[in-house]
Design a protein around this ligand. Structure first.
Ligand code: LCS
Length: 392
């Protein structure tokens, strides 16, 4: 029986302990698993018998989390990694080798940008950076050896929206796979599979954890692809610890509620910011002023819980705001219960060149607010007291 997403997030894949009946899955905090005899060990290594061997090669907590995420995103299989960046690396390594070509949107999390620019290019994997919101640019960048197109939508930190179905159409004509980083929206708000995406990845550090206490990643896709990606992850050692997987399984149970609350807060804050005299511009997908509002409404079921904005006083005013909020916390990351505020140009995206920042429309004055689940009025009052104090 297939239930609605909110129910699947609570129940989903079976986690009750068959030995004790414990409702909450035990934490299999073990590095290795005991064999009955040498023959069994040999059979497991040969793949003739299913069963656990060693936690880098598989562990009940990490396996269940991968399976659950695959189910939620609507794919055949899933796996987890030690960080969101390990998930991005994993997808690139599983799709492209030296001599191949990948396309990546020009607005992505800083870490993803650095990975591609500082590491992947040196492995003789060709990379084209394009504005994938303009489908002509994707079509133009396609080459015979293009293996994968990687996009974030909404993009970090500008909230640019990319037409997933449009990108898939172009990529598939050239036999390239499309990977969507769905960190900002989660399956609660966007199912890239519906639009034909081949692979979905997450920084599970964000909404899946929800409590700011784990760094982790998720990759889901077709069985064969995940098998290949998993092999690579075990070789490179991108494994997630069992306890971290357990925390994420717990996080998933409340994800729908947290996402709902934080995005209700976000809508109200975005609308309030838009009317504030100190604010120049607000970027939030479900504001009618967002340049891709129609696309966001079509592709997403919610606007998410990240808002970017620019102050009339520019960078100085933004710095003042970040140093004078009392409830919003000055920290990077997003998707937590706590509202976090940060400055992309000097923090999450600080290592990008001036030119790359310009291409991505990450302006020096842009501030990013990752909205949490606090009472919205407290958040608005906190932002207001800091905004009105500024005397530029
Ligand atoms: N993908 C997206 C969209 C992200 O926002 C991040 C991290 C990653 C991948 C990498 O995940 P990690 O390895 O950190 O789990 N984004 C961060 C951010 O915006 N602030 O701090 C980290």
């Amino acid at each position: 029986m297939k239930y609605r997403l909110e129910t699947e997030m609570v129940h989903g894949v079976h986690q009750t302990d068959p030995h004790t009946g414990a409702l909450s899955m035990p934490i299999y905090q073990t590095s290795t698993f005991v064999f009955k005899d040498s023959e069994q060990g040999a059979r497991r290594f040969k793949g003739e018998e299913s069963g656990y061997i060693y936690s880098r090669l598989g562990n009940p907590n990490t396996d269940v989390l991968g399976e659950k995420m695959a189910k939620l995103e609507g794919y055949e299989a899933g796996m987890v990694t030690g960080s969101g960046m390990a998930a991005v690396s994993n997808v690139i390594f599983a799709t492209a080798q030296a001599g191949d070509h990948i396309i990546i949107d020009d607005t992505v999390y800083g870490g993803t940008h650095y990975l591609v620019e500082d590491e992947i290019r040196h492995l003789s994997i060709e990379v084209s950076r394009v504005d994938a919101a303009d489908l002509n640019q994707v079509a133009k960048a396609m080459q015979k050896n293009t293996k994968m197109v990687l996009i974030e939508t909404p993009a970090n930190p500008t909230l640019k929206i990319i037409d997933i179905a449009g990108v898939v159409d172009i990529a598939h004509q050239g036999n390239a796979l499309v990977c969507v980083d769905n960190t900002f929206l989660t399956p609660c708000n966007q199912l890239p599979k519906k639009y034909g995406a081949d692979i979905v990845l997450h920084s599970a550090t964000k909404f899946i954890s929800g409590h700011g206490d784990v760094v982790a990643g998720v990759v889901v896709g077709q069985k064969d692809f995940i098998k290949k990606a998993f092999k690579i992850a075990t070789h490179y050692g991108w494994t997630l610890a069992p306890f971290n997987a357990w925390l994420l399984l717990r996080g998933l149970k409340t994800m729908a509620l947290r996402v709902e609350r934080s995005q209700e807060n976000s809508v109200q804050i975005a609308q309030w910011l838009e009317k504030h005299h100190a604010i120049e511009r607000v970027y939030y997908p479900f504001l009618e002023s967002h340049p891709q509002y129609e696309l966001a409404r079509r592709q997403q079921t919610g606007g998410g819980a990240v808002i970017a904005f620019e102050l009339k006083g520019g960078y100085e005013a933004g710095k003042f705001l970040m140093n004078n909020v009392k409830l919003c916390t000055l920290a990077v990351s997003l998707g937590d219960c706590d509202t976090l505020i940060q400055h992309p140009a000097s923090m999450t995206h600080a290592g990008m060149s001036e030119e790359a920042l310009k291409e991505a429309f990450i302006t020096p004055g842009m501030v990013r607010l990752a909205v949490g689940i606090e009472h919205v009025q407290d958040l608005i009052e906190d932002l207001d007291q800091a905004l009105v104090k500024y005397r530029g």
